[in-house]
Design a protein around this ligand. Structure first.
Ligand code: AMP
Length: 577
């Protein structure tokens, strides 16, 4: 082999991001929302605090490879930890504040976190865990004076973050040499089955992932952007946005605990972010708020949405009513998390149904991510309609879970089995149809719960819809549609009339045999700790007879409805639009 003569041993590390913050973009700013209003700090000032924090970590005995937990909202101090912990050679372990006490205790013990940095406003959530942990931990409480003083009392031996930084004094810190393959961050998956599993990111994986998300076909963040990070910093590195902003020099706007539509809308109006990242539920709340209050969201030219399927109607309404363009991304904790991004496919861009159907796809894989579809018979063709499980590989895809044996069930000879079912079209654009555990098979044919939900959510009275399989003697399974409607909708119509109207609305949008036999009106769709529809809970409620469905206009195969066998004559919903 004739070897290339390049500086291949230059290490791709978070330390490079910190250097860029300090030397290239010292004037970029971080804005944090607090109960007292917004607090601002420049990248330059933050880099100086990161040096102090690195010294603090050393003085607490936290060194290379040690796990340092964070229990925090999206705020400036969390960003400081994002930088200081990996640059000091330790591992930043972001704890999901929405997990149950039992899950958190398991994760903290499993990760062997030596210290936990906790927001003063979250101490009450952490406190009940302290006695359940296998070993004592060093707690560091983050907050402003009054808040912190009271919170410190609640955790044994806790120290004040600000006091530690003050004592650490100014001046540069001598950072250790880092190998790009060493661990930088750890995040546990939400674990709907079994114990949560740790995904251990390396400096290299974080560097490559955040570089790729900066590309124009990804999030496309650059130094003139202001990025509002709503997606939590405790989940999958907030989609790489904090790292990306450090690399690109973009301003960061961090909402802390203020995630309701009103404070977010006001923050957007006041701070004029150009980019935002958040899950569909929060976007939907924001849309409802913006529809009924005079608020200008139009600074957002690039709103990234993902974490679960983004309803097509949500994107369309945002663009048409508020001039906000919402783009969909797909990925998972194991993929750092962004694996695909849906920039509209090039070509004549009319705003017809076909255009919106294309926008509602999850997009093409980012550079360096390779993707294939598999079913029991092998690889599935990219024809836009055949479906299989997505498998991915690439430099920011997990190869194994932390402290778990290499598992062939999940990691199939170098490919990560995602458990997501999708079709891929000839242009490589992915369309998720289901999670493998959520699929509905009716009369031997698949019904896509994601597509059905998308169409139900386009009904003007529907706020959220989750479709699950209901066991059926004749067809094995039929779709049961659990629907949350707008306030007052069930006063204006009887449940039967509204259910009938929803089914009428679906006619022509989906194959006849997909039409749900039953619609259950529910107060809200249960969500997991990371805001995804928790269909396991819905299925349990169904099993316990707690989902009261409205019986619809005939069963498949009876008058007024088509049997699953009619599928062949139907065009697929994605083609029919
Ligand atoms: P998590 O690791 O908790 O972030 O969950 C990852 C899972 O979220 C994926 O495997 C998908 O099932 C789901 N997901 C993420 N983004 C999307 C999307 N844009 N559309 C549909 N499902 C998504």
């Amino acid at each position: 082999m004739l070897e290339g003569l390049m500086q291949d041993d230059f290490q791709l590390t978070v330390a490079h991001m910190l250097r860029r913050m300090r030397s290239l973009y010292p004037h970029a700013e971080v804005v944090t929302l607090t109960p007292a209003g917004t607090v601002r700090a420049s990248f330059g000032a933050i880099a100086e605090r990161v040096d102090r924090l690195a010294r603090v970590l050393g003085s607490l005995g936290l060194g290379p490879g040690d796990r340092v937990g964070t229990f925090a909202w999206n705020n400036q101090r969390h960003l400081e930890l994002y930088m200081a912990v990996p640059c000091a050679g330790a591992v930043l372990h972001t704890l999901n504040i929405r997990l149950t006490g039992a899950q958190l205790a398991y994760i903290i013990d499993h990760a062997e976190d030596q210290a936990i940095f906790v927001d003063a406003s979250l101490v009450a959530l952490l406190e009940p865990l302290v006695d359940r942990l296998q070993a004592p931990r060093q707690y560091v409480v983050m907050g402003d004076d009054d808040e912190t003083a009271a919170a410190i009392e609640r955790l044994p031996g806790a120290l004040s973050y600000e006091a530690l930084l003050e004592a650490a004094g100014p001046g540069p810190f001598e950072y250790p040499h880092l190998d790009e393959r060493q661990a930088a961050a750890l995040c546990y998956t939400s674990g709907t089955t079994g114990n949560p599993k740790g995904v251990l990111y390396s400096h290299r994986s974080i560097s490559l992932h955040s570089s790729a998300t900066l590309m124009r076909d990804g999030l496309g963040m650059c130094h003139t952007d202001r990025a509002l990070v709503v997606v939590p910093m405790f989940h999958a590195n907030a989609w790489g946005m904090p790292h990306g902003a450090a690399l690109a020099g973009a301003d960061l706007i961090l909402p802390d605990r203020f995630l309701q539509a009103e404070p977010l809308a006001k923050l957007i109006e006041a701070e004029r972010p150009t980019i935002m990242g958040c899950v569909p539920t929060i976007f939907a709340d924001l849309l409802r708020y913006a529809d009924s209050n005079p608020v200008d969201l139009s600074s957002l030219t690039n709103a990234a949405c993902g974490g679960s399927a983004v309803p097509r109607q949500l994107m369309q309404d945002f663009q048409e009513r508020h001039d906000v363009r919402v783009f969909q991304a797909w990925g998972m904790t194991e993929t750092s998390p962004v694996a695909t991004y849906a920039r509209p496919v090039a070509g004549p861009g009319g705003k017809d149904q076909a255009y919106w159907n294309a926008r509602a796809k999850q997009g093409r894989p980012l550079p360096w991510v390779e993707l294939r579809l598999m079913d029991d018979a092998g690889e599935v063709a990219w024809d836009g309609s055949s479906t299989g499980e997505i498998q991915v590989r690439g430099p920011w895809v997990a190869a194994q879970y932390f402290k778990e044996p290499a598992d062939d069930e999940k990691f199939d000879s170098g490919w990560l089995r995602t458990g997501d079912i999708a079709a891929v079209d000839q242009e490589g654009s992915v369309q998720i149809t289901d999670r493998s555990k959520d699929v509905i098979k009716s009369g031997g044919e698949w019904i896509s719960s994601v597509e059905l939900e998308n169409e139900v959510m386009a009904h003007p009275d529907v706020v959220e819809a989750a479709v699950i399989a209901k066991p059926d003697e004749r067809w094995a399974e039929r779709p049961l549609c659990c629907v949350v409607v707008r306030e007052g909708a069930l006063d204006a119509h009887s449940p039967d009339a509204l259910a009938a109207d929803i089914v009428e609305h679906l006619r022509g949008r989906v194959a006849k045999w997909w039409l749900p036999d039953e619609i259950a009106f529910i107060a809200e769709v249960p969500k997991t700790s990371v805001g995804k529809f928790d269909k396991k809970q819905l299925r349990a409620r169904l099993q316990q007879g707690e989902l009261d469905g409205r019986v619809m206009l005939g069963r498949p195969g009876e008058a007024g409805a088509a049997a699953p066998a009619a599928k062949a004559e139907e065009s697929s919903p994605s083609q029919a639009g």
